[in-house]
Write a protein that binds this ligand. Structure first.
Ligand code: FES
Length: 511
């Protein structure tokens, strides 16, 4: 099996800059150089604001490198559910905002001459196992009511896939997310913005000015701060009770060029499968010719973060599923996994940070639509910071409560409460000797839960298994070689350094 590595990581080089070396000041400080942070920074810089973007790792070093980059205004939770939760006006705004995000990405590509394989394609929603055609009929009615350009077909007019009855969503799109981010970062700098990678923010205080403090004890003072870090580290509770972290898996299979029509494909299963193709070349994949290669990207097999350790089986099921439906699929070239933050009502949280000063903003809750939600964040946060009205403000307000989402809220928070039982369970193994090379496991040592990683040379690395956010016990993630917290999605590398909030700190050292 190939190592865990996305197609996007293979075909680009991580873009890094120098870290922040002095205290700094700007109109806006953005934390997080993924699609939400960079789009926000870019939009503001274009309007003449001074912008500093900092990121702990690299441009796109978080979840943007792990997406499958569907650009769609068919909402992941389906319009039937969005209509129930947000009403007809909310569903129409959800539709128009995701449509606007796709259009904005296309506009930025054109304005900035970005070369990122942006491609208009149609999207097809097909029946999953056990689903009935009436499921499609209900979604058709709801999506049309929301203003989506959609029709029903007996089968998708595509090559290489027998879809059966399906809904066709017109004018969806796809792109290479990391090439897009590279171009966006360059454009942001051209418009005067500054980007500092290798610069970890550890705290944010609102007020005049807002103050972002880094792990190197430097501060950025700004008129406004934007936290765009997948899961906000500056919010301890308010947002984290309203969204839940899920882990999702993707594989990339080589297919003969042109054998399968470029389109977005989704089914109605729960968790659902999501499919698209990416055109690349043999050279980009490490070969020595410019022969065209298509990669079929298939995703799915989602589970709550930190609550499953059977990654190999999940990748295998995805492979089988792909081969049964796309007979042209050949070898698996890539496999990777990423985290999505599922909100209780299906839409992102974008706006003023709850219970904070008025000049701290947040973008989180991608809900499996990180590329469009990230772009919506760029548009909406720019308007809010510039003092302009935006019709999406209430729909994406991070402080919102939707009564129809109460059951989902109870279910997810009960799940979190149950995770604390891990304090009382035995370790995953009884002895360090049972931990294989390049693997981690939680053990109990002197009554404490310890996260133990054995490196390829047999070296043992120990950290406390207690998540510094709110004290849940982390679990080893074999797909990504990370320690993942099952409660709110904090993730740590194999040595215990935090790579994903809300934890603001590394796993504690064990003495
Ligand atoms: Fe909240 Fe770990 S992320 S306890």
């Amino acid at each position: 099996m190939p190592r865990s590595h996305s197609l996007w990581q293979q075909t680009t080089t991580a873009l890094t800059t120098s870290p922040l070396r002095n205290h700094a000041r700007a109109d806006v400080c953005v934390v997080g150089a993924g699609i939400a942070g960079l789009t926000t920074g870019y939009q503001l810089a274009r309007e003449g604001r001074s912008v500093i973007v900092i990121d702990a790792v690299a441009v796109g070093g978080g979840q943007t490198a792990l997406t499958t980059a569907h650009l769609s205004n068919e909402i992941d939770d389906r319009y039937e559910e969005i209509l129930r939760l947000h009403g007809p006006d909310g569903a129409r705004l959800a539709c128009s905002s995701h449509r606007a995000a796709i259009d904005r990405i296309e506009t930025i590509c054109r304005l900035e001459h970005l070369s990122c394989s942006f491609e208009q394609v149609d999207g097809y929603l097909v029946l999953g196992r056990g689903a009935k055609e009436r499921d499609l009929d209900r979604e058709l009615e709801a999506a049309r009511a929301a203003g989506v350009e959609v029709d029903k077909l007996p089968t998708a007019p595509v090559q290489g896939f027998s879809s059966g009855p399906c809904l066709r969503f017109r004018n969806q799109a796809q792109f290479h997310p990391m090439k897009y981010l590279e171009g966006l970062a360059t454009a942001l700098q051209r418009h005067g913005g500054q980007i500092y990678t290798g610069t970890r923010a550890v705290s944010v205080e609102g007020g005049q000015p807002a103050v972002v403090r880094t792990a190197d004890d430097l501060i950025v003072q700004a008129g406004a701060a934007v936290i765009a870090t997948n899961s906000p580290f500056n919010d301890i509770v308010a947002i984290h009770t309203k969204q839940a972290p899920y882990h999702t898996y993707a594989i990339g299979l080589r297919v003969p060029a042109g054998a399968i029509s470029h389109a977005l494909y989704w089914d109605t299963e729960d968790p659902y499968h999501y499919v698209r193709l990416q055109r690349t070349t043999a050279r980009e994949l490490g070969g020595d010719t410019d022969e065209r290669v298509d990669i079929l990207i298939v995703g799915g097999e989602d589970h709550k973060t930190g609550q499953a350790q059977d990654a190999d089986e999940r990748f295998e099921r995805l492979t089988q599923w792909a081969r049964e439906r796309f007979p042209a699929a050949r070898d698996v070239e890539f496999r990777w996994s990423g985290q999505v933050m599922e909100t209780v009502d299906g839409l992102g949280y974008i706006g003023r940070n709850p219970l904070d000063a008025g000049n701290v903003y947040v973008a989180t809750g991608d809900s499996g639509m990180g590329m469009t939600h990230g772009t919506i964040a760029g548009i909406l946060l720019t308007d809010l910071i510039q003092g302009r009205a935006n019709p999406w403000t209430d729909l994406y307000d991070p402080s919102r409560v939707r009564t129809g989402a109460a059951m989902e809220w109870v279910k997810e928070n009960l799940n979190v409460a149950l995770q604390y039982a891990s304090w009382l369970t035995p370790g995953e193994v009884s002895s360090i000797d049972q931990i294989a090379s390049n693997t981690g496991a939680v053990i109990v040592e002197n009554g404490r839960k310890i996260a133990v990683f054995r490196d390829e040379r047999g070296g043992i690395h120990k950290r406390s298994a207690v998540c510094p956010h709110l004290g849940c016990i982390v679990a080893w993630n074999p797909a990504a070689s990370t320690w993942d917290c099952p409660c709110h999605g904090s993730r740590f590398d194999r040595f215990g350094a935090v790579v994903n909030g809300p934890s603001p700190k590394d796993l504690e050292k064990v003495t």
